[in-house]
Design a binder for this molecule. Structure first.
Ligand code: PGA
Length: 306
């Protein structure tokens, strides 16, 4: 049985684009060349790899089971190529980091510090919500991920970093501002501005309310913490966000944290990678840096939750 890495890359490109012609474009090949490679491979291994669903090409169920291993091999191969480039200088390299929308402030500050002392290492950062990030992890795309609770289903290595407290925010003129220990039920009856489904923050809030048998319904769903802050400041309702995302607004007295019973919701940030994903030296250096550095960020927001 003979399988080439190029054939595996073709499989991945077809899976991601659902099309032979788009896969060909992505790999700078012709469509007939792609079809021929796949035909040869199917003949060699005796497994039909793809089937049609209308206009889309999708993995056959037999190929579905082996696809995670194919992704791992491609990721290892990419890691090997990267290492060959970096072998000349351990302090050079490119690191692919992904982080959830809410950890944006934290990760960019840490990358800025890292960049000051590692000028020859390029960090490429993707910010996205939890749902998309889990998908990226599934595809072995990022070297290192910063996120809330790591998903249980994937084979991951994760380390807990620092707390990520979710708080209820309002504009300083809001009627609930001076109230103490506001019951959760009362919060659920307010106009509640929440993140979109797929967001880790949204998931944590829903779990928190469900565990206490309180219904939760959003009056407005927004795709970023920035948008929530603007909507809350504009008096459209109250919101629930991570403390990390509102430090400047709290200092400037543009937003206030409401005193709500059972709040804050205490979750944690984690640094995560796929088990079996090869990390090149620069990425390892970055991982160690984050683990050491994260505690320094604790002090900046501790005052607001004690
Ligand atoms: P989010 O993620 O930006 O998708 O809400 C926060 C998290 O990772 O828990």
């Amino acid at each position: 049985m003979h399988i080439t890495i190029r054939q595996l890359q073709i499989i991945e490109a077809i899976v991601q684009t659902h099309s032979y012609s788009l896969a060909a474009e992505r790999l700078y090949m012709t469509q007939p060349a792609i079809s021929m490679q796949m035909k040869q491979l199917e003949h060699n291994i005796g497994v039909k790899l793809f089937e049609r669903q209308g206009k889309r090409i999708v993995l056959s169920s037999a190929a579905h089971d082996i696809y995670p291993q194919i992704q791992r091999l491609i990721a290892d191969y990419d890691g090997l190529i990267q290492d060959i480039h970096d072998a000349k200088d351990l302090h050079k390299g490119r690191i692919k980091v992904s982080a959830t929308t809410t950890s944006n402030h934290l990760i960019t500050q840490m990358i800025a510090q890292f960049a000051k002392i590692n000028k020859d290492i390029t960090v490429s950062l993707k910010i996205t919500n939890r749902g998309d990030l889990v998908q990226q992890l599934q595809n072995f795309e990022p070297d290192i991920v910063l996120m809330g609770e790591p998903p249980e289903k994937l084979d991951l290595l994760s380390e807990r970093l620092i707390p990520n407290s979710l708080v209820v925010i309002a504009d300083p003129e809001h009627k609930l501002v001076d109230k103490k220990k506001i019951p959760l039920v009362q919060i659920s009856e307010e106009d509640l501005i929440l993140r979109e489904p797929g967001s880790g923050t949204r998931g944590a809030i829903e779990n928190h309310f469900n565990q206490r048998n309180v219904n939760i319904k959003s009056s407005l769903e927004l795709g970023s913490n920035e948008a929530i802050k603007h909507a809350v400041s504009a008096g459209l309702g109250i919101g629930v966000v991570s403390l990390h995302s509102i430090l400047l607004e709290l200092e400037a007295n543009k937003l206030v944290i409401l005193d709500v019973a059972d709040f804050p919701i205490n979750t944690y940030w984690h640094i995560v990678k796929r088990k079996g994903k090869h990390l090149h030296p620069a990425a390892k250096e970055f991982q160690d840096f984050i683990l050491k550095e994260a505690v320094l960020y604790m002090d900046s927001y501790k005052q607001f939750i004690d």
